[in-house]
Write a protein that binds this ligand. Structure first.
Ligand code: GDP
Ligand code: MN
Length: 389
């Protein structure tokens, strides 16, 4: 689950990390009120969306007067913003963060994540912040500092000092960095986070460190014990189809292609996507209907695939072990009866109750293209898309 910057900064503050004074606003009037409550005469108006890259897209504006605060907030609120990090989707700007403006001397990068290679919570830092960190890592890897935290010892103060020196900070800034890192480490553990990113963590002209941006991502598998985090969820920032899928306990991820896939089992789903690509096609989604799929879940899954107008063919690939092919067939028939289907459907069924499943589909009168195996099905799906084009 992702969080807005204003929520991330609230979490940081809860863990004793100093953040610039700021308030969230949902209308231009609220934005002006927020600015009035923040000392100083420079403010930053920041679009709150679940994507970075806002600066380059016009979602971060420095305002020198209250009129400018109102103007920028008005221009952003109610619009949608696409950035180079929003995966081709324009996200709604429902709120803006009004933040205390600061004078930046230098921008650093600091993140915390779970490094699966070393099985440890890991800090990644760089003196080159404010930019695409992947680019820094690729072009100047020597400017990236990595700290794997020992699971038993936890983060030690001396390690934060080493990090400060490695980033070229002075003694006072290194002390401030230590407080930030120890706070982030506690937050990361207690809230079961998957990623925290401060980009930039800025050195200001007054010599202090300041947390100017915050991205937080939590581990969904731990959501059951973090009601406070779940309450912060903003589903308007999420993919509509994925939200609908999660309500039906379906493992669904939207992809870029045009061949919809309905598969049971995550491994088979990935294999199906691979084989589609091997045949020159592009999957429109990852979908695992699960081992214990009921007729209702299959119906919902099929409707989800049909809801996208990008889908030009559907490949149903079922290997029935626990799941029964007659149940799958009933689900498909029910979904098609409900919403209709205008694209070719290629079906490969194998395993438990396969003859019953095939018979049901045949008798339903649906125009279904039967496939013998995974490769045959993928090939026929790619062919069907070509013919439709
Ligand atoms: P992002 O583009 O979505 O990652 O949004 P950021 O919050 O990182 O803002 C983008 C850039 O705006 C930062 O790298 C800074 O250069 C600038 N910026 C953000 N906050 C401030 C601020 O308080 N003062 C100044 N002068 N610049 C800021
Ligand atoms: Mn940023």
């Amino acid at each position: 689950m992702n969080f807005h910057e204003y929520q991330a900064k609230q979490l940081f503050a809860d863990y004793g990390i100093a953040v610039p004074a700021g308030r969230v606003a949902r209308s231009p009037e609220e934005a002006v009120d927020a600015a009035k409550a923040i000392p100083g005469d420079l403010w930053v108006v920041k679009a709150q969306i679940h994507a970075g890259g806002r600066g380059k897209a016009g979602g971060v504006k420095l305002a020198k007067t209250l009129d400018e605060v109102r103007e920028y907030a008005k221009a952003m609120l109610g619009t949608k913003m696409e950035t180079y990090q929003s995966a081709g989707v324009a996200l709604p700007i429902d709120s803006v963060l009004i933040s205390e403006g600061t004078d930046i001397d230098k921008e650093l990068y600091l993140s915390v994540l779970v490094d699966r290679g070393t099985q440890s919570i890991t800090f990644i830092a760089s003196s080159e912040g404010g930019v695409d960190i992947e680019q820094v890592a690729a072009e100047t890897p020597e400017k990236i500092q990595t700290l794997n935290v020992n699971y038993v010892q936890g983060l030690q103060p001396y390690q934060t000092r080493e990090m400060g020196f490695a980033l070229g900070l002075d003694a006072k800034q290194t002390g401030q960095l230590g407080k930030i890192m120890l706070g982030l480490f506690k937050l990361f553990n207690e809230k079961d986070l998957a990623l925290v990113e401060l980009n930039p963590l800025a050195v200001l002209t007054n010599g202090n460190l300041a947390v100017l941006d915050g991205k937080v991502n939590s581990d969904d598998n731990a959501s059951f014990r973090h009601a406070d985090l779940v309450a912060m969820r903003d589903i308007r920032q999420e993919d509509e189809t994925e939200v609908a899928a999660s309500q039906h306990d379906l493992n669904y991820v939207t992809m870029d292609g045009n061949i919809g896939c309905m598969v049971n089992g995550a491994g088979l789903a990935m294999a199906t996507m691979d084989v589609i690509k091997l045949n020159g096609g592009e999957p429109a989604n990852f979908l695992d209907v699960g081992g214990g799929a009921t007729k209702e879940r299959v119906t919902e899954a099929f409707k989800l695939i049909l809801s996208s107008d990008k889908v030009k063919a559907i490949f149903v690939n079922i290997f029935g072990g626990i799941v029964r092919n007659d149940v799958i067939a009933e689900g498909i028939i029910a979904a098609v009866k409900d919403v209709g289907v205008k694209v070719p459907v290629i079906v490969r069924l194998e395993g438990t109750k396969v003859e019953e499943g095939k018979k049901l589909l045949k008798e339903s009168g649906l125009a279904i293209i039967a496939a013998d195996d995974i490769n045959d099905g993928a090939r026929k799906a790619v062919e069907a898309v070509k013919q439709a084009a």
